[in-house]
Every structure is written in C-alpha cells, then in structure tokens.
Ligand binder design. Structure first.
Ligand code: FES
Length: 104
C-alpha cells in the first residue's frame, strides 16, 4: 500500500531549486521545484552514485550530474544522455496545506 511522508513547506523550495530529504527507511531523495511544479527523484545518480543534490545542477526540467555530465529528466526520471542509461526512480509529490508530501 503506498505511503506518503510530509517534507518541507513549498515556500522553502524556490523555482529552480532542489533539496535533500530522507524517506522513513533512510532512502535519500531529491525534491525539486521546476517550472512551477514539485517533483522528487532518488538522490543517487544511477551512474556512479554521486549525490544529485550535492553534485548536480538543475537546468530547466533536467538535473545534470557534474561527475560525468549525465542529464536526467526531473519529471520522468529518464536518463537523457550517455554514459547514463538507467533512469532515476521518481516519487509523486502532492501539496497539502502548503506542505510537500512525497508518496513512496
Ligand atoms: S556519477 Fe553521475 S554522471 Fe557519473
């Protein structure tokens, strides 16, 4: 059964920003605010495990891992160029009374 966890207030994440959060099982995720929407993906790059919130850059609706310059779709998790081929896991995000809830 899907579960959700409350994270930060949407006002704490400006458009174009990302932040780290942890699911209750310790999984590290990245929260994003891009193009007016809120999204979440796994924080670990699928190439060689860099932290996207520490080593990545948001450009439009893509996150770029600066270790080897893989680009991923923040919205769909898709790997957009080599050397990455594995997608990022994505998590639905909803807003409840101004707070972002991640469903996992
Ligand atoms: S670790 Fe992210 S591109 Fe290589």
């Amino acid at each position: 059964m899907p579960q959700s966890v409350a994270t930060i207030a949407e006002s704490e994440l400006l458009d174009g920003e990302m932040k780290t959060w942890f699911l209750p099982d310790g999984t590290r995720i990245a929260l994003y605010h891009v193009n007016g929407g809120f999204y979440a993906t796994q924080d670990t790059c699928t190439h060689e495990n860099a932290s996207l919130t520490e080593e990545g850059q948001v450009e439009g609706d893509r996150v770029i891992c600066t270790w080897h310059y893989c680009e991923f779709s923040i919205i769909e998790g898709t790997a957009l160029n080599s050397p990455c081929s594995e997608p990022l896991q994505t998590y639905p995000v909803t807003r409840v009374d101004g707070v972002l809830h991640v469903h996992y």
